[in-house]
Design a protein around this ligand. Structure first.
Ligand SMILES: [Zn+2]
Length: 291
């Protein structure tokens, strides 16, 4: 597995034995099982290396009845890497909202593939304090944001694309954790996962205007830059880092991925790079292992 790290720092690390995946060093340090999947999700244990192109998320135009069971089986293999299974999984339909669901035991193991019409709930993030719950999110350039509260033993995972970022979905998730679990942001940790980098994320002026009107011009100036092409580029990572800081997460409790999905399109799924047969899969388990 060849990953380009923009600044050489290992915010995520590679696991190359069997099914290759990345995990966030900060969450590993807390003993919280987590992953970000690559394009390679091996179907055959004996192969010893990943097989490309096996799907974990439904895409528009899929035949749901035929495709969903297979996709769930592949996702189950990812879950097994974390000592979990899709029987404990909670996923959302990811509609580019900033809505966050508080998952109870009743939400786990529902085998609803995303975008199933019966389960459109317009939710893009989940938080939970149920032990062993598995949260899964997808993104083909949109970074996942992982949240962990070691005091209340609770975790969260949100899909922070451009619209969710604009709606400050990480702050919505943190607010849910405060209200429902008694979490204190000062105790919490956050990881902004692999997603598109600023160089790869060109935007129309209207998107700058949208952020400037909702976030104010000073923040917009921090997260947008005009490139020599004359076009704006948006820094989704910095935008979400600002949101996490404002929500009270200490600066040294925030890890920002330096892995760009578009720059690493041979290894990761990227919409911008035109490699979106599937989406990247992020997972976190609410389990706190002894280190
Ligand atoms: Zn890039």
């Amino acid at each position: 597995m060849k990953i380009n790290y923009s600044n050489g720092k290992r915010i995520f690390r590679e696991h190359s034995e069997g099914i290759p995946y990345l995990s966030a060093c900060m969450l590993d340090g807390l003993g919280v099982p987590n992953l970000f999947a690559t394009r390679f999700i091996s179907w055959d244990d004996d192969k010893g290396e990943g097989t490309e192109g096996l799907r974990t998320s439904l895409m528009p135009g899929d035949d749901i009845s035929g495709t969903a069971p297979v996709i769930q089986e592949f996702r189950d293999r990812l879950a097994h890497l974390l000592g979990s299974s899709i029987d404990f999984e909670c996923i959302t339909d990811q509609r580019h909202t900033s809505h966050v669901h508080v998952a109870s035991e009743n939400d786990l193991g529902i085998r609803w593939p995303r975008r199933l019409p019966l389960h459109r709930q317009y939710v893009d993030g989940v938080v939970t304090d149920v032990p062993d719950a598995l949260l899964t999110a997808f993104g083909g350039d949109c970074p996942p944001v992982y949240l962990a509260d070691p005091v209340r033993k609770a975790v969260g995972l949100v899909h922070a694309g451009r619209k969710g970022t604009l709606g400050r979905i990480p702050a919505v998730a943190i607010a849910r954790m405060i209200v429902n679990f008694g979490s204190e942001p000062g105790n919490m940790y956050a990881v902004i996962g692999p997603g598109v980098c600023q160089d790869c994320y060109e935007m129309g002026d209207e998107i700058y205007d949208e952020f400037a009107s909702r976030w104010g011009v000073p923040d917009a100036e921090r997260i947008f830059r005009r490139y020599p092409s004359g076009r704006y580029h948006l820094d989704l990572r910095e935008a979400n880092r600002i949101t996490l800081l404002r929500a009270g997460i200490p600066e040294d409790h925030i890890a920002v991925s330096n892995v760009c999905t578009a720059c690493n399109a041979d290894t990761l799924y990227s919409y911008r790079a035109g490699r979106l047969e599937n989406e990247g899969t992020a997972m976190i388990v609410n389990r706190w292992e002894e280190k």
